[in-house]
Design a protein around this ligand. Sequence first.
Ligand code: DX5
Ligand code: ZN
Length: 218
Amino acid sequence: DRSIKIAPSILSADFANFGQEIQAIEAQGADWVHVDVMDGHFVPNLTFGPPAVKAFRPHVKTFMDVHLMIAPVDPYIDAYAEAGADMITAHWEAGPHPHRTLQAIKATGKMAGISLNPGTPASVISEVLDLVDMVLVMSVNPGFGGQKFIPSSVEKVRQVRQMIGDREIMIQVDGGVDPVTVGPLVAAGADCFVAGSAVFKGGSVSNPDVYGDNIRAI
Ligand code: DX5
Ligand code: ZN
């Protein structure tokens, strides 16, 4: 189903060659580039901050989708907007004022996403739907690539799609997405898929065609 968007996550890329990896996945058909920002506090892993995201920006020709797995998130929104993010997604669980966080993201002129961890019910976002461009349904507990897909995510996507109604809001799914798990998610109403290990496995900057094969397989 080619109406869906594939957003490879560079968390699974070669950390010594981000520029080349970004160019490779875009040349091989990536629709977006998913940038997993982790702070070692909200999630038990640490990746890259605004300076690194700024360095990625010139290599991204498609769309830089920045997933902030950080808490607090509000103090850093402007820095990621200035670094060149096209979409800034914050976690519902990152603090006591997600409505204000989304207002702050929209105020930068960037697209705004809200992300729900597996333990957070879809119903919580009913009061912020008019602020968001995208709902990110986490299908793993955030922090690492290569984890096992959580099957209850399919029903959760269906619930979110039902809540969205006729609003123009994308549903993105992130974690354990591969050729097997993607089908039910499309049927449930998701339209954007993050994939890290499913895209990068078996390939490299010197063997990028594998990335294209992996993207087309999803
Ligand atoms: C996990 C990240 C995901 C992860 C996906 O915290 O938000 O984007 O990189 O990796 P895979 O597709 O391997 O589960
Ligand atoms: Zn992510």
